[in-house]
Write a protein that binds this ligand. Structure first.
Ligand code: AMP
Ligand code: ZN
Length: 463
């Protein structure tokens, strides 16, 4: 499989460093509210990446953290009057439920920052001992970016005209800061009144770790100083990943990640999602509009991961149709396959192009296109050949993590019921609401629900 590497700026062939298991890390969610579908673009693409490795016969070891100690979780847990643990446990559970709905494979390890404070303190001690970090007057500790010549390689400071020489004495004490501001970043934040009960002891006094440190500490714990790949959304390239590299390389030696996989942003209506504009969608918001998680997944994999994806509600409708079409094609193949087909794992047959697309820089839109053309080509196959093609189709489908909708049950509506429904529909069209309402009641008593649409109605048996 070939994948673009942000650091090397080229496509690279992926092979596990240890020759056995591909070990990778993804920056996980900040659990202070529900994840939005932009976050899920990143997590879904990481999931497709992993499924693709596994479908290709490469074992994976996937670590994804939970950010449960940072400016936002601390602020909002206090506003909610809850302990940081209770507050973040609630949102972590919600995140897991959303992940399950989207068909995301759970990571092999999912560590939380709150359970790795000691490791973070230890890493700071090492960084100070090696001359890469310093304590400030108030008991905070900063990383001295001028002490690490590799600083800025991933995000290309040189091309952004940012020189470390200009940063003398500039410090960034909040977890997030702007792309254009270059500064020594905070490793340990001295306790402040607004942190409430959220502080821990350290050699520099009470306080808490800065956000960037948790990933470095947990990577060292679960993956060591050399591992196969690191991933996140593009917003993490700077400063978060740049800072992780600085911390880890300086504290632990080693090369840190051999490959960097970044996913472009999901935009909504052509711009950034924002709560204040009201275009920030969660799975729950979309479910309320009648869309399922698989439809969301389909939209999220519908564009190449290196290009921004503009989300619209219309695209969910198109996804529903596409999924139904795939399901129909699969059913047609299944109908021609003998019930008792026995064969060893076969090649991808008509779905070779779909599979090849995935292995070529995770081209998910190409893969989806390949599924449709593959189904068209497979339509002429019969018997055992149809069975083999169906197996190949399902293998690619698993690699992109899609589950197809079941066929909708077709209800035989008795003529007598149909007649009542027709009469009610006529009353409704004539705006005779009283009659329409009473006839709806009549239908319910007869065991049928009548759902009105713009163009017509639908009858379903009362459950
Ligand atoms: P957070 O919960 O903010 O820590 O983000 C979790 C993941 O979602 C990170 O990998 C982010 O880079 C990613 N992310 C945030 N916003 C978007 C977006 N609009 N599109 C794609 N990925 C995003
Ligand atoms: Zn991280």
């Amino acid at each position: 499989m070939r994948l673009y590497d942000t650091l090397a700026r080229e496509l690279k062939e992926l092979r596990p460093l240890d020759g056995r298991t591909f070990r990778f890390y993804c920056c996980g969610p900040t659990v202070y509210g529900p994840a939005h579908i932009g976050n899920f673009r990143t997590f879904v693409l990481q999931d497709v990446f992993r499924r693709c490795l596994e479908t290709g016969g490469i074992r994976s070891f996937h670590v994804r953290n939970i950010t449960d100690v940072d400016d936002k979780t601390i602020r909002d847990s206090q506003a909610a009057g809850k302990s940081l643990r209770d507050f973040t446990a609630f949102w972590t559970e919600r995140f897991h439920a959303d992940c399950a709905a989207l068909g995301l494979l759970p990571p092999h390890v999912e560590p939380g920052a709150i359970d790795h404070i000691a490791q973070q303190v230890e890493m700071i001690q090492t960084l100070i001992a090696k001359g890469h970090a310093y304590a400030s007057e108030d008991g905070s500790v900063y990383f001295n970016i001028a002490s690490f010549p590799g600083y800025g390689k991933l995000s290309r400071l040189d091309e952004r005209d940012l020189a470390i020489g200009k940063t003398q004495n500039t410090r960034a004490s909040s977890d997030e800061y702007e792309k254009d501001s270059l500064a020594d970043f905070v490793l340990w934040k001295a306790r402040k009144p607004e942190d409430g009960e959220n502080f821990w002891p350290s050699p520099w006094g009470e306080g808490r770790p800065g956000w960037h440190l948790e990933c470095s500490a947990m990577i060292q714990e679960y993956l060591g100083s050399d591992f196969d790949l690191h991933s996140g959304g593009v917003d993490l390239v700077f400063p978060h990943h740049e800072n992780e590299i600085a911390q880890s390389c300086c504290a632990c030696g080693g090369h840190f990640a051999a490959h960097w996989f970044h996913i472009a942003h999901l935009l909504v209506d052509g711009g950034k999602m924002s709560k204040s504009i009201g275009n920030l969608y969660t799975l729950e918001d979309l479910a309320a509009k009648g869309f399922g998680a698989m439809e969301v997944r389909y939209v999220l994999i519908g564009a190449h991961y290196r290009k921004p994806l503009n989300f619209t509600l219309d695209s969910l409708g198109a996804a529903r149709e596409a999924l139904a079409k795939l399901a129909k094609g699969a059913r047609a193949l299944a109908a021609k396959a003998p019930a008792e087909s026995r064969f060893d794992e076969v090649d991808f047959g008509p779905f070779q192009a779909a599979w090849d697309s995935l292995n070529d820089d995770l081209n998910t839109p190409g893969c989806l296109g390949g599924l449709f053309t593959g189904l068209r080509d497979a339509a002429k196959l019969e018997g055992e050949d149809a069975a083999k093609a169906l197996a190949a189709f399902n293998r690619v489908l698993r690699a992109i993590g899609l589950t197809l909708p079941e066929e909708e049950a077709v209800h035989e509506v008795p003529a007598s019921i149909r007649a009542v429904a027709e009469e009610r529909w006529a009353a409704r069209c004539a705006k005779d609401w009283a009659k329409a309402d009473s006839m709806r009641q009549q239908l319910t008593e007869l065991g049928w629900n009548m759902k009105d649409g713009k163009e017509g109605y639908e009858l379903t048996p009362v459950a």
